[in-house]
Design a protein around this ligand. Structure first.
Ligand code: ADP
Ligand code: MG
Length: 326
């Protein structure tokens, strides 16, 4: 092992996290071959942000989080947490981050108070500086401090895990799928709490496969798919991409070319489907369905049927992957 070079703690680094060329290949297991879960990820997460890592199941989100948490060993690449390199300064980098894992795993034999105290102890927080009661109260677990973890509901367990992640007061908090299986009321409470933490200066990174969640909470969103980052931009820019909608016109007689009037439009992307229907993708903020129907009509196409579909996260993935309209 190389001797750790002491690094000067940065009070306020520009980036809470800097990830470079991060790769993870899982060894083969039970009949499956090796799995390249992360294929060389670069991400710079600004201090103070609420940053969303969005992606479908299996994209590699938890792998990334678990590497940050020190639970999974990376194959290659570098990670700096709060300015501290994970390899050369593991202690400081670990102290700078709190991670709420995806699985609701808690030792059933400890009460929330005990679980919090043990966690604080693991991080070397002296008893006088522990925040067990304050955190549990803030998380709405004030009356559950001394019950067995077994009797906690899923939502309570999630909150206790957040408390544990915060027990050493890290400047960076990571939540892996925090609202999976959580009801609407609790989700709202969680978000309010997360926003409060962020207002106090904690950088928040959350993963989700719910687009609405990323939309509501995050100021910047990265999309990850099959182990690659395929978008990393301010929420407003990403949402702009989602503004698209597709209308499919089934004509009385199948078409074999896109009518010139439609092909010439730059605000609509028109393609033919296999069945000779017109698929028109347009931006809702720039074109209305009515004006498009008028256009189709004036191109002499007789309409048998019309269907529309909203842009979906899948649509955005497809867009990004194929560099084309959905
Ligand atoms: P996400 O959190 O985005 O759903 P994961 O990081 O959990 O994705 O998984 C990414 C890929 O790595 C998936 O194909 C998953 O099956 C695989 N994977 C995850 N953990 C392991 C493991 N311990 N061993 C082998 N493959 C794994
Ligand atoms: Mg996951």
């Amino acid at each position: 092992m190389s001797t750790a070079t002491p690094e000067t703690p940065e009070a306020s680094p520009r980036y809470a996290l800097e990830i470079r060329g991060l790769r993870k290949t899982y060894a083969a297991r039970g009949g499956e071959g090796e799995k390249e879960a992360l294929k060389g990820i670069d991400l710079s997460i600004p201090r103070g942000s609420i940053y969303g890592l969005l992606g479908p199941n299996g994209a590699g989100k938890s792998t990334l989080i678990n590497i940050l948490a020190g639970l999974v060993n990376k194959t290659s690449g570098s990670v700096r947490i709060w300015g501290f390199d994970q390899d050369t300064n593991p202690r400081m980098s670990r102290a700078s981050i709190g991670v709420v894992p995806q699985e609701l795993h808690l030792d059933p034999f400890f009460t929330p108070r005990e679980a919090m105290e043990i966690q604080a102890g693991l991080y070397g927080v002296p008893p006088a500086e522990r925040r067990t009661e304050a955190l549990l109260t803030a998380l709405g677990l004030g009356d559950k401090m001394n019950v067995g973890a077994r009797s906690l509901s899923g939502g309570m367990k999630r909150r206790l895990l957040i408390g544990k992640a915060l027990s050493h007061s890290p400047p960076v908090l990571i939540l892996d799928e925090p609202t999976a299986g959580v009801d609407i009321d609790l989700r709202r409470q969680l978000w309010d709490y997360v926003r409060e933490l962020n207002a106090e200066g904690v950088t928040i990174i959350l993963t989700t496969h719910y687009l609405e969640e990323a939309e509501e909470m995050c100021d910047r969103i990265a999309i990850i798919n099959h182990g690659d980052v395929i978008a990393d931009e301010p929420k407003s820019a990403l949402m702009g991409r989602l503004d698209s909608k597709t209308m499919t016109i089934v004509p009385m007689t199948a078409l074999d070319v896109v009518p010139a009037e439609l092909a010439a439009r730059t605000d609509v992307s028109t393609t033919l489907t296999v069945g000779g229907a017109l698929a028109m993708t347009y931006s809702r903020s720039h074109a209305s369905l009515g004006s498009l129907l008028d256009l189709v009509h004036s191109a002499g196409v007789e309409i048998r049927d019309v269907t529309t579909s909203e842009a979906s996260l899948e649509g955005v993935f497809l867009d990004l992957i194929h560099g084309n309209d959905q």
